[in-house]
Design a protein around this ligand. Structure first.
Ligand SMILES: [Zn+2]
Length: 324
């Protein structure tokens, strides 16, 4: 494997050095499997959502963001043509992923019955040839595990994802539930021959546990503090405190920041309960701009210098994709 590889965006490949300031885990469209069968859910009006998404990308570009990684699993309402149109309209570099969601919330019937070799081949096809017949290629692999233990189904998908990453040289971005099983993810990924520094253990900020964060970083993985603004899980001041602790412990190079924000939650977000707008109203800081408007100033006040900020927002995403 070469140290410098190109990064596949939904509108073509770029050098890792061209990624610039990057949000590593945000979403444009999300929808639980079957969302489009829910005739009582709010209607998805594509043109309206596109206009909103373009506005958001322009706001992020004004804040210096050059790359927006949307690690939407293939079974969670992923729409790569929507992303490509958005990238062209907004000028944002957008990276999409291949890979399926965790067992409890994914579309399990198909993948349960496919052997690992075929799942690996499907992922590789999406990375090297494109999703469906769109020619739009995935730039990373999404892996996902459930709460507290990895099911057989998830183990197979994570291993397939790692094999696809190994064959193609793209990185892995994960979903964890309840900030658990990060070590199991590292075990599975490295067990397939992929170094831990090609993996972001996502949603690790969901637990106030410095030892957990530090343990992941010690093994070389990137630690995703990627749910800023989701105060239902933890207040942001706890996230900021834990980012500062990890940086002070010498692991600035393992920190990635994001919000896991969503432009449009298709269908109904929490089964049969809320609308996306209600959740947004309840979480005023859950916006993909908050890291720049609120969090970075707090990190500075907590002692991080400009060099540290650039390491986290620019160098770390570049190293994740470059594998250097
Ligand atoms: Zn996500």
């Amino acid at each position: 494997m070469t140290a410098s590889r190109s990064v596949q965006t939904v509108t073509g490949s770029v050098a890792p050095e061209a990624l610039g300031r990057t949000l590593i885990h945000e979403h444009v469209l999300v929808g639980y499997p079957g969302w489009n069968l829910d005739a009582l859910a709010p209607r998805f009006v594509r043109a309206e959502v596109m206009a909103r998404a373009v506005d958001q990308m322009q706001e992020l570009r004004d804040l210096g963001v050059r790359t927006f990684v949307d690690p939407c699993p293939m079974d969670l309402g992923r729409d790569v043509e929507f992303l490509a149109e958005l990238a062209l309209k907004s000028g944002m570099q957008i990276v999409c992923t291949t890979g399926a969601y965790f067992e409890a919330e994914g579309i399990t019937h198909t993948f349960r019955h496919l052997p690992i070799e075929e799942i690996t081949a499907i992922y590789i096809k999406e990375i090297t040839e494109g999703v469906g017949d769109t020619g739009i290629r995935a730039g990373a692999v999404k892996i996902a595990t459930g709460a507290q233990q990895v099911s057989e189904y998830e183990r197979k998908l994570v291993q397939a994802g790692a094999r696809a990453a190994r064959e193609t040289g793209v990185p892995l971005i994960s979903h964890t539930q309840e900030a658990s099983c990060g070590h199991e993810q590292i075990d599975l990924v490295t067990g397939e021959g992929v170094p831990a520094n090609r993996l972001v253990v996502g949603h690790s900020d969901g637990i106030d546990d410095h030892d957990y964060h530090r343990g992941l970083a010690e093994r070389g993985a990137f630690v995703g503090f990627d749910r800023f603004g989701i105060a239902l899980i933890l207040p942001d001041e706890v996230r900021v405190k834990n980012v500062l602790k990890l940086a002070r412990a010498g692991y600035t190079q393992n920190i990635l920041l994001s919000h896991d924000s969503i432009v449009c939650w298709q269908g109904r977000p929490v089964p049969f309960a809320n609308r996306h707008e209600e959740i947004l109203a309840a979480l005023p800081d859950w916006r993909p701009t908050m890291i720049f408007r609120k969090v970075v100033p707090e990190l500075r006040a907590g002692g991080l210098g400009e060099e540290d900020i650039a390491t986290i927002l620019v160098d770390n995403p570049r190293r994740l994709f470059a594998g250097a």
